[in-house]
Design a protein around this ligand. Structure first.
Ligand SMILES: Nc1ncnc2c1ncn2[C@@H]1O[C@H](COP(=O)(O)OP(=O)(O)OP(=O)(O)O)[C@@H](O)[C@H]1O
Length: 568
């Protein structure tokens, strides 16, 4: 899996990577030459020492400069590739369905962009190039050892072959421990995230001690997981170091026998030993430093892979066509739906909404109102029956064209930390000022905006915090209206507002009907009294429909809900 991503993200930069790898071989190549010169000096006497030193001194800046250039190129490559992954991850997250977000943990998602990519970044750039360079140099070193004495080189390598399965087993063990530590780190981030978001509730109910204890529990688990991961890694690195020292002793012993039996000269043996020492050094680095980082990167990539390969459940059909307008009606035909196969949340719903109508879906909590909304936006596909828009099955339309016919106002408005002008323009950045003013006028917020000292250039604060709930909601309506959508979907647009503010927004909404098809989901019946048709849901079934007056006279469930709400 890791190499699949190496291939994907490296292929655009192969040339630069090769140049960088070659440059980085400057220093190891210098070390081989230095070892050769030393051997020659021992065998031929001190006379060649001065000329060797002069040659080495002139080579050193070249080798060092080339190494620095390679490092610079590979550092750039690391950041570029890490950003490519971040970008793909971000884009993928934008395409994932609501069902993904219902079960995802935000702390975990944020950890992908920080910890996971942080682990991958050096590996897919510098470390990869260094590792390739070190592997090549290891082979070159071994070739040199064979050149000096083939049999001595083979005997020297025997312990490495023995150690290979142990190393592989330990790598596997390390990966598992590392994955556990990172997953626990994500849980800890999640707890912080929740603690910040739930701050008003925590303070309001005096839950600080409870949350502190919950967080401390998560920290303790993190401490355990990290200790295990770090200790197993240390164990691994020490055993590699131990093996490298053992190999030195092994080569020294075997080499001694070779020299004593005149199989090689002392100078050749010193060259052999210096090269083999530098090869074990390289291998030690490769295994200790690089493999540790490689394992970290593999863990990060495994976690990111889950997102990058997460199936996009709602995809456009191969023969999907674009919906260019909405002129007649939206119909639910014998529609049933369940979030999972075990149970349906909506049962056999039949209804029609004519273009230009103002309709409302009402019902008690859990009746299925938001589910209707999710299906209309095609965040999910129906289980049975179908939804049509101007006689086109939603599943045969492109999602983009379907949603371009809709403007959405959600229960909780999210405003970006920028100006009012930019916030209204969010869905149509190219909108002219006049178009923005017209949308704000229709949402009845234009005059208020002009009354602010900086007018449309007023910064709204993080999450729109400098505006009241009602003002935020009107800006959200202006946002939705800017694209002049034929259909306006409103999800509990007044639920968090005062009665006075809710009445004012309800008047604004009613005034939009006719110009738009307004579909509102609300549990506040008062918000629906002006609707042309109210659909009453109960436990996922459409139990009644009609105008407010008709339902008050003939409806049982509606009348029941109305009486309860009036009594409150
Ligand atoms: N993502 C989901 N996965 C599984 N079940 C869900 C999911 N979302 C909602 N449900 C279930 O579907 C049913 C209808 O929920 P829905 O949110 O549509 O009701 P609602 O009428 O909008 O309620 P409320 O007024 O409280 O928002 C409920 O029983 C709910 O538990």
């Amino acid at each position: 899996m890791f190499f699949k991503y190496v291939w994907i993200y490296w292929s655009p930069y192969v040339v630069i990577a090769i140049i960088s790898a070659i440059c980085m071989m400057g220093m190891p190549a210098y070390q081989i030459i230095a070892a050769q010169k030393l051997g020659i000096a021992i065998d031929q006497g001190g006379s060649v020492l001065v000329s060797s030193a002069i040659q080495l001194a002139s080579l050193l800046p070249l080798a060092f400069g080339s190494y620095l250039l390679g490092s610079r190129l590979s550092a750039r490559l690391s950041s570029r590739i890490a950003n490519d992954i971040r970008y793909d991850l971000f884009v993928k997250l934008q395409t994932l369905s609501q069902s993904f977000y219902k079960q995802a943990r935000s702390g975990d998602l944020l950890t992908h962009f920080s910890v996971d990519i942080y682990q991958i970044e050096p590996i897919l750039g510098q470390e990869m190039i260094r590792s390739v360079g070190e592997m090549v140099m290891t082979l070159v070193n071994f070739g040199m050892m064979i050149h000096i004495s083939g049999s001595l080189a083979v005997i020297s390598a025997i312990p490495m072959v023995v150690m290979l399965p142990i190393t592989l087993y330990m790598m596997n063990y390390l990966t598992e421990r590392g994955l556990e530590a990172i997953n626990q780190n994500a849980l800890m981030t999640d707890a912080v995230n929740e603690g910040i978001r739930a701050q008003p509730t925590i303070t309001g109910y005096g839950l600080q001690a409870l949350f502190a204890s919950y967080f401390s529990n998560e920290l303790r688990k993190l401490e355990d997981k990290k200790t295990e991961a770090v200790f197993s890694f240390l164990l691994f690195t020490y055993s590699v170091k131990f093996s490298a020292y053992l190999l030195d002793v092994w080569v020294m012993g075997i080499g001694g026998i070779y020299v004593l039996s005149n199989n090689i000269s002392l100078g050749a043996w010193i060259t052999f030993f210096t090269i083999s020492h530098s090869m074990y050094d390289l291998l030690g680095q490769l295994v200790n430093t690089r493999i540790g980082r490689w394992l970290g990167a593999t863990i990060g990539m495994q976690r990111i892979d889950k997102i990058l390969t997460y199936p996009t459940k709602i995809v456009d059909a191969v023969d999907a066509h674009a919906l260019t307008s909405f002129e007649k009606k939206i119909c639910f035909e014998n529609l049933s739906f369940g979030y999972d196969n075990a149970q349906h949340q909506l049962h056999e719903i039949d209804l029609c909404i004519k273009a230009g109508q103002f309709v409302a879906f009402v019902g008690s909590s859990g009746a299925g109102k938001s589910t209707i909304f999710n299906l209309l936006m095609r965040f999910y596909d129906v289980s049975d029956g179908r939804i049509t828009i101007d006689d086109h099955d939603l599943r045969h339309l492109t999602q983009k064209s379907l949603r371009s016919q809709m403007g959405v106002v959600l229960q909780e408005t999210f405003l970006f930390h920028t100006t009012i002008m930019n916030n209204i323009r969010i869905a149509k950045p190219e909108a002219t000022e006049e178009e923005v003013f017209a949308a704000a006028q229709a949402a009845e917020i234009h005059d208020f905006i002009l009354s602010l000292p900086e007018g449309y250039q007023t910064m709204v604060g993080e999450g729109g915090g400098r505006l009241s709930g009602g003002q935020r909601q009107r800006i959200a309506i202006a946002q939705a209206l800017l694209c002049r959508p034929p259909i306006l979907l409103l999800d509990e647009p007044t639920s968090s507002l005062s009665a006075e503010m809710a009445d004012a927004i309800n008047q604004t909404i009613a005034s939009l009907a006719g110009k738009h098809t307004v579909i509102m989901i609300t549990h506040q019946l008062k918000a629906a009294t002006q609707a042309d048709c109210i659909f009453v849901l109960d436990q996922g079934r459409l139990v009644e429909q009609g105008t407010h007056e008709e339902l008050l006279t003939n409806g049982k469930h509606y009348r029941y809900l109305w009486d309860i709400q009036q009594a409150q």
